[in-house]
Design a protein around this ligand. Structure first.
Ligand SMILES: [Zn+2]
Length: 240
C-alpha cells in the first residue's frame, strides 16, 4: 500500500491506466501490444519509489513579494526513445526541425506565461522553478506525465494517439498538478483527487485559451477550446 506522501506527490499521467486497459482489451493486436507496453512502463514509475517528488508545500513562501519581472527557464531534452531521463539537451528548441521539441517548448512557455501574466505566479513554485520537458520518451509510449521535476512526453502509438506534445492544454494540465502540489497539496485520491484533476483541467483549458488569445480577446472562448486534448486522439478526452 502506498504511503499518503506518495498520493500527494506521485506521478501525474495525462492518460489514466483504465483507458490503456480498455485499449488493451478492445484494440487491434498492435494497439493492444502498445497499450500493454505503456502500462508496463508506467507501472514502475507510478508505483515505484517516489523518487521524483514535488517540493514542499509553498505556504511559507506567501510572504515574499512578487518580483517586477521574471524570466522563464525552459530546457527541452531528447530521450532518444529510451526511458532514462532527462536525455540529451536540445539546443535552440524554438528553431528545431523536430515538431515535438518545438511544441514542448511552446507548451511550457505558454503555461509559464499564463501563470505569470494573469496570476503573477513565477513558475510552478512561484520561485522561478525551471521548466523541463523530455520528448521521445520510450518507444510508442502512449502517455505524458509530470513527475514532480519535469514533463515527459511519449510519441504515441501513431494509431490511436498522436505525439503527446500536440495538445498544449495537456502541458497546462500536468504542470498545474505541480502548482496544486505546491499550494493546496491535495491528496490524490477520492474527492480531493477529483478536485485536483478538475483544477488541472480548468488551468489546462486556460493555457490553451490564453495562448490563442494573442490575436483575439481573452473573452473569445468557443466551446471546443474547453475540450481537453482534442487534437491528441480520435476520442474526446474531457472525461479523463
Ligand atoms: Zn491530471
Amino acid at each position: 500500500m502506498q504511503s499518503p506522501t506518495f498520493y500527494r506527490r506521485g506521478m501525474f499521467c495525462i492518460l489514466p491506466p483504465h483507458i490503456l486497459h480498455e485499449i488493451a482489451k478492445r484494440g487491434t493486436q498492435a494497439q493492444r501490444d502498445l497499450a500493454l507496453d505503456t502500462l508496463a512502463s508506467d507501472h514502475p514509475i507510478r508505483f515505484g519509489r517516489a523518487t521524483y517528488q514535488l517540493m514542499a508545500t509553498g505556504a511559507h513562501k506567501l510572504v515574499a513579494p512578487a518580483p517586477a519581472t521574471v524570466e522563464a527557464h525552459i530546457t527541452i531534452y531528447d530521450a532518444h526513445h529510451r526511458t532514462r531521463l532527462p536525455g540529451s539537451v536540445v539546443s535552440n528548441p524554438t528553431i528545431s526541425n523536430d515538431p515535438e521539441v518545438k511544441e514542448a517548448f511552446a507548451g511550457l512557455l505558454a503555461t509559464f506565461n499564463l501563470y505569470w501574466e494573469v496570476f503573477k505566479r513565477n513558475s510552478i513554485d512561484d520561485h522561478g522553478m525551471p521548466l523541463i520537458g523530455s520528448v521521445h520518451y520510450s518507444r510508442h509510449y502512449d502517455n505524458a506525465f509530470f513527475n514532480g521535476q519535469q514533463m515527459v512526453f511519449g510519441d504515441g502509438d501513431g494509431q490511436i494517439f498522436q505525439r503527446f506534445t500536440i495538445a498544449i492544454d495537456i502541458m497546462g494540465h500536468e504542470l498545474t498538478h505541480g502548482v496544486t502540489g505546491d499550494t493546496a497539496n491535495l491528496t490524490y485520491q477520492g474527492q480531493s483527487g477529483a478536485l485536483n484533476e478538475s483544477i488541472s483541467d480548468v488551468f489546462g483549458a486556460m493555457v490553451k485559451q490564453y495562448s490563442a488569445s494573442n490575436s483575439r480577446p481573452w473573452s473569445y472562448c468557443p466551446i471546443r477550446r474547453w475540450r481537453r486534448g482534442n487534437r491528441l486522439a480520435d476520442l474526446t478526452l474531457i472525461w479523463l
